[in-house]
Design a protein around this ligand. Sequence first.
Ligand SMILES: Nc1nc2c(ncn2[C@@H]2O[C@H](COP(=O)(O)OP(=O)(O)OP(=O)(O)O)[C@@H](O)[C@H]2O)c(=O)[nH]1
Length: 184
Amino acid sequence: MAPVKHRKIVMLGYPSVGKSSLALQFFKGDFPKDYEPTIENTWSKTFVMGSDEFELDVVDTAGQDEYSLLPQSFIFGIHGYIVVYSVACSRSFQIARAIHSILVDKRGKCLMPIVLVGNKNDLPTHCREVKPEDGKKLAESWGAAFLEVSAKDPERSKLIFTKMIEEIDRVERSFDEEKKCCVM
Ligand SMILES: Nc1nc2c(ncn2[C@@H]2O[C@H](COP(=O)(O)OP(=O)(O)OP(=O)(O)O)[C@@H](O)[C@H]2O)c(=O)[nH]1
């Protein structure tokens, strides 16, 4: 087997969109009953995908808004970002845009592995404030992957992290091909 690949990922998004719930579902196979605001929490796991083994560190952050200053620790040494909004909260979708602008500002306009996630798609239709096609369009404009999920669904929650690993590989390959030196 090839050497273990280390991947450090940061989860960003407006408060209460379900970042911790998605992480908890993937790392512990559980869905929290109560809402507890996160300060900051790092989850680690060894994860096998195909013939590769990954040491995955996922930083679950306190929710952001448009005025959030992302610390240097969320910028340097980070392989990819999972940006989460709630499909039942248009404000969280606006904040996802703002977070992307902050990332571009801090990291420069280089290719950045991102998975944009519209969470809480288990909620009834009348709760929906963000259409799937709007999420898809936004992700396309960033050159990012897009998924709609529910943190209550273990398979969909896992898919976010496998997608993230694939995105990191895809962007790394395009760096190699185009010789774009943008590693931070
Ligand atoms: N229906 C539904 N509720 C969810 C889902 N994901 C999270 N929630 C609920 O949304 C609330 C907030 O979830 P958290 O995972 O704590 O959200 P967060 O983004 O980590 O919040 P901060 O720590 O404030 O940034 C909790 O009450 C969860 O139970 C989901 O997919 N569907």
